[in-house]
Design a protein around this ligand. Sequence first.
Ligand SMILES: C[S@@+](CC[C@H](N)C(=O)[O-])C[C@H]1O[C@@H](n2cnc3c(N)ncnc32)[C@H](O)[C@@H]1O
Length: 446
Amino acid sequence: MRNPPERYLQTLRDHFTTAPDWFDTRSGSEKRGRPIATGAALTTYLHGHETAFQRWFRFKEAFSPEFVAAAIGSLGYRPQHVIDPFGGSGTSAITSQLLSIDATTVEVNPFLADVIKAKVSPLTAEKLRSAAADFHAQLLNTPTDFTSLEHWPPTFIESNEKDRWIFPRDVAGRLAQYLSCIESIQDADVQRFFRVVLGAVLVDCSNVYVNGKGRRYRSAWKLKQPTIAKLDEYFGRQFNTSFEDVLRFEGRPRSRVTVVNGDSRAALQQVQEPADLIVFSPPYPNSFDYTDIYNVELWVLGYFGCAADNTRLRNETLRSHVQIRRGYEGPIGKSSTLSRTLKALDEQRHSLWDKNIPEMVGAYFRDLELVLEQSKRLLANDGRVMIVVGDSRYANTRIEVAIVLAELARSMGFGRVATKEVRQMRASAQQGGSYQLAESIVELSL
Ligand SMILES: C[S@@+](CC[C@H](N)C(=O)[O-])C[C@H]1O[C@@H](n2cnc3c(N)ncnc32)[C@H](O)[C@@H]1O
């Protein structure tokens, strides 16, 4: 293998201690810094804020590159093609690319799909330096045009009639200037890079914070509102951080990475090239809708133009939440654990916070079954499917996702099916809070 995983991981760990100034044209190579601690948890991104490419956008649920490299290494041969049907922040795509392996990834959220595309696209430091200089000059001459923000939901911009707003009016005006300058960048890869940089700082430069439970106003937010200076500083800093990785990995292998912005339940049907590894972590059936979590980026950056766009995206996400009403058919395959679970949920329906949760859980497994059907079609003979899943719990009923998936996979004719618990996660407050839920890896081969 041209870039063995160890070398790639070591390179990822070596970082510059100081970012270059916003327009500093010095090469960063003399500013090499300390390596980060090793031993990140297998499946998750403990050191994401320090790891190359992971630090382009804070994405809590991302794989660690170590996990993807280990999954690739576990095949025992050099894979030709890796597929990830739930791309997220693109860990499997960028890891495959850096290891010189072709990859296909599907991500339903158009902002996240752009994050992945930005990471794997053939940008050069020179292009970015020159674009940054142009951008800076243009920003000085760009008028503040609030009409370009008219499609934003009312709570996004400060006004006298409102009690709450996400962005103070002057910061919103500055965002309008940024967006206009980004829009005028001709090179699509460079334009996307700038948009992703802006996306990475939006929430930090707003009156809200976002976590797995959704969006909340910061404490005493009216007294500590962001300023234009803060936005400029954060944008410049994030630009440098992402720029460093482009510079550092400029000579990276250019294997073919296809990023599909779509719903993997349908989009995988269009993929024809077999894969040696199909690795993914779907949303867990815990009722959080990723559409809500990334709402600020989706509206501000123009991926949403009206409420119907929001609804359309919700409809395309996996049925892991009850944010909108949809059809709720269950899986075709057999799983005695799922049947037992659905029966128990049905009996507790009166104490569930949403009466559709039992059907949502059934439909969640139908969605995963659709992805498994396509995975089986696409899997190379010696290949492997590796799925990281987490359990959920409603009332007293635990949704044992790995066990159900393993049963469904057996009934679909996968030859080898194994599950392995990798860690215990603390349950969310919404699910009762204090107890532990398992996160597991399900491994399948033909
Ligand atoms: C747990 S995250 C994946 C994280 C990824 N492994 C990484 O390293 O960044 C799950 C992702 O699935 C996406 N998703 C949800 N429904 C989808 C669908 N129907 N098709 C494709 N992606 C979907 C979500 O937007 C989210 O980004």
